[in-house]
Design a protein around this ligand. Structure first.
Ligand code: HEC
Length: 139
């Protein structure tokens, strides 16, 4: 009986080598951050605007500085991240993002703020590749 469960115990031990929060961060990125960026930002920030404009197709391209020298995404500091400043601009600000009829909701902005505050986890490689995705409210 006990020997039957040993392999499972080893598997669990193997998994716990990863800090548990890393898995949570990965999940947060995939279920919260990525869908919002893909639905609301990727139609423009997909490399079509030449650098140093924001390109959100991968981690390496997104973690850069604006023409004015500001970090688009500064892990741990949403208030210094230009991405957050841009989506928080209200009313008729000419540089309010996304540049469409649809603004992000307060919940979506809060989610992005939390993500950056928690280190802005964004996987390298294929897992972290983003592409435009249409949604019901943003066809
Ligand atoms: C319809 C097209 C479009 C969409 C959708 C869009 N943007 Fe932009 N964005 C632009 C253009 C055009 C610029 C100006 C180009 C540049 O920065 O050189 C810009 C600039 C920015 C900047 C730099 C702002 C500044 O003050 O310099 C940020 C940050 C940004 N966008 C973030 C976002 C985020 C985050 C989203 C999604 C929530 C988004 N954008 C959606 C077109 C778009």
């Amino acid at each position: 009986m006990i020997t039957r469960f040993l392999p499972a115990l080893f598997l669990l031990a193997g998994c716990s080598l990863l800090p548990p929060s890393q898995t949570a961060r990965e999940q947060y990125f995939h279920t919260q951050v990525k869908p919002v960026l893909q639905q609301h930002c990727l139609q423009c920030h997909n490399g079509r605007l030449p650098p140093p404009s924001l390109n959100l197709t991968s981690r390496a391209l997104a973690f850069t500085r604006s023409p004015g020298g500001r970090e688009y995404i500064l892990p741990g500091d949403p208030d210094c991240s230009l991405l957050i400043s841009a989506v928080q601009r209200g009313g008729t600000h000419p540089k309010m993002m996304p540049r469409t009829q649809v603004s992000l909701t307060d919940d979506q902005i809060g989610m992005l703020r939390e993500w950056i505050e928690d280190g802005a986890f964004w996987p390298e490689g294929a897992a972290g590749m983003l592409r435009p995705q249409k949604s019901a409210e943003n066809p």
